[in-house]
Design a protein around this ligand. Sequence first.
Ligand code: ARG
Length: 587
Amino acid sequence: MKSTQEQLKLKFQQALAEAFGTDYAEVDPILVSASNPKFGDYQANVSLSLTKQLKQQPRVIAQQIVDKLDVADICKPPEIAGPGFINLKLKTEYLEAQLSNIQTDPRLGVAPTKNPKRVIVDYPSPNIAKEMHVGHLRPAVIGDCLSRILEFVGHDVLRISHVGDWGTPFGMLIAFLEEAYPQALTTTENLDLGDLSSFYRQAKKRFDADEEFKKAAHQAVVNLQAGDEKTLLAWKIVCQLSSRAYEVIYQLMGISPNIIERGESFYNALLPEVLEELDKLGLLVENQGAQCVFLEGFTNREGEPLPLIVQKKDGGYNYATTDLAAIRYRVHVDKAQRVIYPVDAGQSNHFAQVFQVGKKAGWITDDVEFVHAPFGLVLGEDGQKLKTRSGEAVRLQDLLDGAIAHAQADLEARLKQEGREETPEFIHHVAQVIGISAIKYADLSQNRTSNYVFSYDKMLALKGNTAPYMLYAYVRTQGISREGKINFEQLGADAEILLREETELTLAKHLLQLDEVISEVEQDLLPNRLCEYLYQLSDKFNKFYENCPVLKSEEPVRTSRLVLCDLTARTLKLGLSLLGIRVLERM
Ligand code: ARG
């Protein structure tokens, strides 16, 4: 099924070609949803963009388009407004027919892309040997959501976690373990990641204070890079321990388990080739003993061009070199056509720099898109970066457990108030779904690029743009089917849809816009648009439900309204699943 916007676009392009010649057959009609429903449902702004080219007034252009525009089966007669906008109002019969079409479609009218690509999403990429902390919340939640959406659209998505598993920190850790806990390097049985994190902190202290220890740590890195068996085994143990701990968190969060762990170490053997290739291309410049690539658009305070160091004076490679190797590998071996990095905004320069070098080296061509999808910080209620009382980053596990505990307390209070009895299993399950959903939704519903304040009270509120509100809207739709003993699935493809009331029309139009929202998120990678869409959907559904009796109305209106309830429920369920949120039948 073609979306309304797509159908209208084709109609406009026909009209443009007829009015101004075939050169205009591909012009973008610049169709947008109308900002005010009073003026219509869509607005085409193309006349304003063509004034220079056609040397005519926009209203005159608009009139010529409208004269040729054949949209009678979709819209009421188009109207020209303001400086030359073309306003379109959808016909009720058209809306009814479109709803009937999506009623039998499990994808609810969202056609799979005609241009499927291989897409890599680089997330959540924590650093090994440290527990995941609040800083890993956003890449996990956003990366998972974007992957789900792109996969649903029909792309071939590879989730790759670029874990930090190489370099000085491991030398430090291994040297510390060799010295203090040699038994830890032979078996993981009595260790968990919590221990490892504490070893890591102790190792860091020693490293900063003790020259001898520093030397031992550097030696361990050298041994590791040289492939020394004992050191390699110790490193593997550390990696395994970390991966196992991450999996537990991913599972609790409901993050897709299909994440490929391909850490920095993976690229180690490829780094010399990267340098060689940069050298062959004449891009390498020696600067104070280090090998560098000079960048355009990055200057120091004196206005001189800044170099990107790709090999340090001591011969070692760095974070940037590894990312260059990853870029090259992702293009040449993975054959990726789009690579997305949901990584904190603090790394914007890093990505701009390695992408620039990737382009200079010819790895990133016009056929492949590399995008950094930056996100802001998670703040505490004091407006500062979220920290524990002792000033450390909050453990991700604690954050999640906290949300579940808060959700459970809220739920128990609500049950008491309503005089409801539920089993401990029910309470546990509902609290877990609400707690995790609330964290995810609070994160995704903000514009990704802004910072946001982490507040259990706000994210768990039953009213407002929150997960519980959305889950509750879904529960309400399921309540209707329970109360009327109606199996939504058996409503039948032939059920007639009748849109008589204003609130029905408003809901219907919104239901038909899911494809437009998803295609926006596919392009601009902003999940908050989907959240906003679902929030509006719940709101429009509530207004419809307040105004239009469903179970008590007469046929054929009753069935038609039941279909609206069913479509709302399915749209909520699908939309939330794309955010990584499960629905509840009761809560
Ligand atoms: N491990 C890095 C960190 O914790 C994030 C890696 C992001 N991905 C990448 N390809 N650089 O900051």
